[in-house]
Write a protein that binds this ligand. Structure first.
Ligand SMILES: [Zn+2]
Length: 264
């Protein structure tokens, strides 16, 4: 049985606007085509995203970038057919009794090509240093509200190491453990214990959604060109692997370090 036959609804948990399209755009289009209700939870507005050179470059580092990225996400989600969208920290993706909040993009630096690490000037309200139990409770609140058959998020390495992606993986895994919902991690390569989806037929849809994230990337032929000039092919093939989720509480203690988190 395919993972996509598990049930009528799926929740994707991503860290920033554009991640949903870059890593899971084709999968979203596929699920929509199969009649699955696809909900998207985005943790931050990507406030620290670097902006592509050109007319939008003045947005970088400004409050206007936040608004621009919210609008870009809305358009991209519509292009992919996403059924409904949520921000982490805002109801229903907020734990009961807590006032709404925002989790800010934590930023990143490149440790080496292809591997990101924490930025050295993380904001106090950044996702990567927010109390883990609070992040977990917010994700769990949304899962409880939606009751999806499956939650999909990053692998433990966050795809390429971005601290917000890693944090999102940890929180999604813990929240799924509490609620008892299966979590599938995103695979970028085939694996014996994963399911692989080759979804080239959704290339046009993914490309259209990518173009919505105009502050962050451009599309050149079959490549994505990021703001810093890095290229990567548009991804239409993706794997999923269900993780063993532990029932019970999220990690009890978490030592927050600037730019990262060490769990004990
Ligand atoms: Zn991201």
């Amino acid at each position: 049985m395919s993972l996509l036959d598990l049930g009528a609804s799926v929740l994707l948990v991503h860290a920033h606007p554009d991640d949903e399209t870059i890593s899971t755009g084709a999968l979203i289009a596929e699920m929509i085509e199969r009649g699955i209700r696809v909900s998207l939870l985005t943790a931050s507005r990507g406030e620290r995203g670097e902006v592509v050179p050109g007319p939008l470059s003045g947005l970088e580092g400004t409050a206007a970038l936040t608004t621009a990225r919210e609008e870009e996400l809305q358009r991209a989600a519509a292009a992919l057919g996403v059924s409904e969208r949520f921000w982490l920290g805002e109801p229903p993706a907020r734990a009961a009794g807590l006032a709404p909040r925002r989790y800010r993009d934590s930023g990143m630096t490149w440790i080496r090509p292809g591997l990101a690490g924490p930025a050295d000037d993380v904001d106090d309200d950044a996702l990567a240093i927010a109390p883990l139990h609070e992040v977990v409770a917010d994700v769990a609140a949304l899962i409880l509200a939606l009751r999806p058959a499956l939650v999909i998020s990053y692998d433990s390495g966050g795809g390429y190491g971005h601290p917000d992606h890693v944090r999102t993986h940890v929180a999604a895994l813990a929240a799924c453990g509490i609620v008892g919902t299966p979590l599938a991690e995103i695979l970028h390569d085939r694996a014996d214990d994963g399911e692989w989806f080759a979804l080239d037929r959704h290339l046009a849809t993914v490309t259209a959604a990518l173009r919505c994230h105009a502050s962050q990337l451009t599309v050149d032929g079959s490549d994505i060109v990021h703001s810093g000039g890095q290229r990567e092919p548009i991804t239409t093939s993706i794997g999923l692997r269900v993780l063993r989720v532990q029932n019970g509480c999220p990690p009890r203690r978490a030592v927050q370090a600037k730019g990262g988190l060490i769990e004990e």
